[in-house]
Write a protein that binds this ligand. Sequence first.
Ligand code: ADP
Ligand code: MG
Length: 320
Amino acid sequence: VDCTPFSEFSFIDFIKSQAKNGWIKDSLGIGDDCAIIPYTDTLDLLVSTDAFVQDVHFLLDKASALDIGFKAAAVNLSDIAAMGGDPLALFLTLSFPKNTEKKWLDEFIKGILSFNVPLMGGDTTASKEGIFISLTVLGTIKKGGSKLRRSGKAGDIICTTATLGNSGLGFEHLKENISSPFIVHHLRPTPHLKEGKFLAQFTETHAMMDLSDGLAIDLFHICQESKVSAQIDLDNLPIEQGLKGKKHPFSYALESGEDYCLLATIDKQAFNEINIQFEKEFNHPLYQVGHLIEGSGTVEYFLNGKKHPVQYRGFDHFSY
Ligand code: ADP
Ligand code: MG
């Protein structure tokens, strides 16, 4: 397979075609937020790994060591939340230049431990240039209880567990030295572990994933995997009043990514009751953004009930 010009996702498809997916009985390999491996009689094991590279994922002059550790852990845990699971343990691989200060490393580890998930191993090496972090998380979930990207059904209501675009605007403010309440969303995202567990208890919650690359591309993955299409009502996008920056608010909400809340598709009949319970638990409702329809894996946008011509794309590591 010719992978050039590179796109992150065509490369993952290439790996997937080469890897012996599913060679562990009743397991799930490449393609969802976590791999799923049978664990005990009653539990599945969840595994996910993420890399964080200096100047790609973080800038040393813009984020503290504590911020960087915190975010690495949050992003990793968010993939456990996306399945509806409980975190079990973290493994950290770290490469850094010889002149890295001990204080920086101390603070970084403090950040990694922010969520009280035990750090149970890893590896440490020197690097010639820059800091490289790889974090792996293990989690558990009731056997067969994971919520997958491929389980969306036509008719489902599509919803998110938080407002969108705050991290994207925060990143812009951070780069431009504008102090604003959006920056904390970029530096310290919250993994929606409680929300994930809450939604996963309902059989009527069909597909679920975390929003890391932006609603446009993340929902596209659900549509492709579930073999359905999606209609998004732009009027209904949950966007904070103050979300005003260089780009259109829709662009922050759909394309900037790094919101790390959850995207779920829920059976239409059950949605209202689940939403009432969700609001009692979390003091705000689920945000309805559209619905799934029969189709071949596309995402369409509507504004004031009319089809909107603009196509949105999310973050891809090799197209920027
Ligand atoms: P997420 O954003 O939820 O962490 P990604 O978009 O990074 O997920 O990855 C999508 C899927 O592709 C995941 O199942 C992940 O494990 C898999 N994947 C990504 N990169 C690789 C790789 N280099 N080798 C094997 N699997 C990969
Ligand atoms: Mg994910």
